[in-house]
Design a protein around this ligand. Structure first.
Ligand SMILES: Cc1ncc(COP(=O)(O)O)c(C=O)c1O
Ligand SMILES: N[C@@H](CCOP(=O)(O)O)C(=O)O
Length: 469
């Protein structure tokens, strides 16, 4: 399998190179040259099989010749053995035709663990094959950072730098990032928003000299490895409800558009999905874009679902590339307009193609709180605020098929918001019992690319000992 950049000017890469590259060197995002497809018999056969086995079958075509099947199988088995729930991603029924796909049974209680546990192993494997080190930089609105730190802490081949917006993540999220005690991990509180952190990460990638010197790699969903790993659970969930002989729909709480792009990928691979619904909080840029065709960034609103407080939605670029018939010139033009003027108009044919694939809805804070309260009262099921955004939007997009809302985080990651909504303060699971007592290590830096680059250069072993050491 080869990977091409959405901006068309970066080298076409094999899987291992695309994995280590993170962002393409023309600023674009890698997508597979062609989408592998699965026939109905194969999809039907996923029902009832262990999650790791299905993951292996789905991921094998994406890694191509680069990773030996036996190595992939070992890494997939190890990754999903870190999930204490035997199903890894169980489905829970919350209404007559409404299910929550619980993706939060991993080490940091958020859906990011599903991909991060695997790509940390894949990256270490590829770096070991090449006798190399990498400096990994990531931006987080709360969950990616903790999941990446849990997955990479103690890795001998990587140094990990996570930028998070100071004061804008929940205390549990912050402590998952600041208490690892691992000396290859650096949690950095940036004076800015998540969009600022993400822009800093992209600026580091686009600084060619720095990128080479630091042997830079990324673990945000700009990295194809993240998206491909997230495709798996769309298949396991749908097959368990009767796919491909029965259509299903999905509603996805959305910020950076990675998780729902994985759903789009599953559909391209042959999964019959009736509705694919984008759900946002008050940061509703995606909903407005589908409505009016204009992608226009504005100020970020702080909400009770902070991980989705995002304006610049990275993976929307992958979607524009696909929906435009892979028109890299158009993608380049639109992304330039975005960086120059903060917005762009989607051409009619692209908007029509996107509307044919997606529905979209937004919730306000009162609706999110009401959904948490009502679900607890009527079904005794406690939602986290991000999943509640999804459930609320899903309820207004029910159709003929069963609706699966992605449960993206455990409610105990956001105890204050949940308590305010319904009066109940969810307890952290035993794996997190001492989290709030551990000592924190965190550095605070300004929203300034020079300061961040200097910080990274001074601490990365790929710089001080050489990327090939
Ligand atoms: C809990 C939670 N839900 C939903 C999302 C949105 O996912 P995505 O950014 O892939 O759209 C995120 C992070 O982005 C998250 O942390
Ligand atoms: N919500 C995310 C934001 C980063 O998204 P990613 O999927 O691109 O890593 C977070 O929790 O950090």
């Amino acid at each position: 399998m080869k990977y091409v950049s959405s901006r068309g000017e970066a080298p076409v890469l094999g899987f291992s190179d695309a994995l280590l590259a993170g962002l393409a060197n023309d600023g674009g995002l890698y997508v597979p040259e062609t989408w592998p497809t699965l026939d109905a018999e194969t999809i039907r056969g996923f029902a009832g099989r262990p999650y790791a086995d299905v993951a292996f079958d789905i991921l094998l075509p994406f890694v191509g010749e680069d990773i030996a099947p036996a190595d992939l199988k070992r890494m997939v088995d190890e990754a999903y053995a870190t999930f204490p729930h035997p199903a890894v991603a169980p489905l829970v029924q919350i209404g007559p035709a409404h299910f929550v796909l619980e993706l939060f049974h991993g080490p940091t209680l958020a859906f990011k663990d599903v991909a991060m546990q695997l790509i940390a192993r894949l990256m270490d494997h590829v770096l070991a094959q090449r006798g190399r080190r990498a400096t990994i930089v990531g931006a987080t609105s709360g969950d990616t950072g903790g999941a990446a730190i849990a997955a990479f802490a103690g890795s001998h081949r990587t140094d990990l730098f996570i930028l998070f917006p100071h004061g804008r993540v929940s205390p549990v999220q912050q402590r998952q990032m600041t208490t690892s005690g691992a000396d290859n991990v650096h949690a950095v509180a940036v004076d800015g928003t998540f969009d600022d952190c993400q822009a800093l990460v992209k600026a580091m990638f686009n600084d060619r000299r720095f990128r080479e010197e630091a042997a830079l790699s990324g673990v945000n969903s700009i990295n194809w490895g993240r998206i491909m790993s997230q495709i798996v659970y769309y298949f396991t969930a749908a097959a368990s409800l009767g796919a491909p002989d029965r259509m299903v729909s999905f509603t996805v709480p959305t910020g950076n558009f990675g998780d729902i792009f994985a759903g789009y990928g599953a559909r391209r691979m042959g999964l019959p999905i009736e509705r694919l619904v984008i759900a946002t909080n008050e940061n509703d840029i995606l909903v407005r874009s589908l409505d009016r065709g204009r992608y226009e960034t504005g100020g970020v609103h702080a909400t009770m679902s902070p991980s989705m407080d995002i304006q610049v939605s990275s993976n929307f670029e992958r979607l524009i590339f696909e929906a435009s018939g892979r028109d890299a010139d158009l993608v380049r033009r639109l992304m330039q307009q975005l960086s120059q003027s903060g917005g762009f108009q989607l051409p009619d044919h692209v908007l029509t193609a996107i509307r044919a694939e997606f529905d979209a809805g937004a919730t306000n804070e009162a609706e999110t709180a009401e959904t948490i309260r009502r679900m607890l009262a009527t079904t005794a099921y406690l939602l986290d605020p991000h999943t509640a955004v999804g459930v609320h939007v899903a309820e207004t997009h029910m159709s003929h098929s069963p609706m699966i809302t992605l449960g993206t985080a455990h409610p105990a990651k956001f105890p204050d918001a949940v308590k305010k909504a319904c009066g109940l303060s969810p307890a952290l699971p035993p794996s997190h019992a001492d989290l709030m007592q551990k000592r924190e290590t965190v550095d605070r830096l300004p929203n300034d690319i020079d300061a961040i680059e200097q910080y990274v250069l001074a601490r990365s072993r790929a710089v001080t000992q050489g990327a090939d050491a």
